[in-house]
Design a protein around this ligand. Sequence first.
Ligand code: KG4
Ligand code: ZN
Length: 358
Amino acid sequence: MKKKLTFLGIETSCDETAAAVVQENTTGTANILSNIVSSQIREHKKFGGVVPEIAARSHVENIDIIIETALKKSRKKISDLDGIAATAGPGLVVCLHVGFNIGKAIAAFGNKIFFPINHLEGHALSPGLENKISFPYLLLLVSGGHSQYLIVKGLNNYRQLGTTIDDAVGEAFDKTAKILNLGYPGGPNIEKFSKLGKKDSYNLPQPIINRAGCNLSLAGLKTDVLRKSKNIKSNKEKYNLAASFQETINQILNKKTRVAMRQFREEVSDKSEKAFVIAGGVAANETIRKNLEEISKEMNFKPIFPSKEFCGDNAAMIAWAGIQRCKNKLFLKKDEVVRSRWPLDNKAPFLKGPGLKL
Ligand code: KG4
Ligand code: ZN
């Protein structure tokens, strides 16, 4: 019988310090032996966003104990592991160095293989932790730093269909919450206070909604929220604006997801039911889940939301990506370094910055 691989995963690309021990099981999914995530929300709350140097210092302070806890909980020793996987990008370089370097050091001293992992690949493969899904599938990755539609054709084979040309969806939630003084992180608070407001109170813009394929643009929406927030005189109006913002995001995602689904069908030329995976922190939003579930039904896709613990940043998905790469002998160069930008699809155009024509 073939050996079932066991990996330690490490994640420090932004404001979560995380370590996990994951083992393949006989059904082709994963046994999560431990999954430890330490969030730095409290440290960044007073600044209304992530401060890179504070995040990096906090990773340094916590990473050893987080790894130790993950190993202890899994009842595995370093000698029991088959490999170590750590996020190498994209993300905040000062933060990435912490997890990457400790992972590399543990691998060197334990005589294990080290896998530098693309954080986006971690999210892209995360549904495989719990579900056996066959390639190709459509992925919508919506987090604080990324918003992308991708065809996951196979391991190491990604085609980007669309991305945001300015703010990520989670970033738009966070910035809107900051404008409305609803606290950090914005997403869960906007969702909570939207329940107290009327979603059709304000008419907000949907930039590039009828052009540029399934690319997204959200900066103009946030700017309009800022403009309208200046005339707010009561909490009721504030909640109405939050609800209208969330509704506008849902309308944008509704339209753009349909475009992405049509593009997916054209590229894979297969009309049978396919999986549509929604990953990243924003996938926790119930109104967005309901919206995307409805579109999926209409367009013959099977919606898959990883459990909430695997939607946001975690190290189980990094360990899992390491296991998949190891099984398929997809080793990266020994002199790999951390990178702030690392697209999954190298051929995708870079869509940020001035002078952009869509
Ligand atoms: O994937 P994640 O944990 O970290 C990144 O890689 O960014 O995502 C965090 C993002 C934040 O912008 C947060 O506001 C957003 O996900 N988020 C939500 C919800 N929960 C988290 N956005 C909307 N609704 C939510 N319930
Ligand atoms: Zn992430």
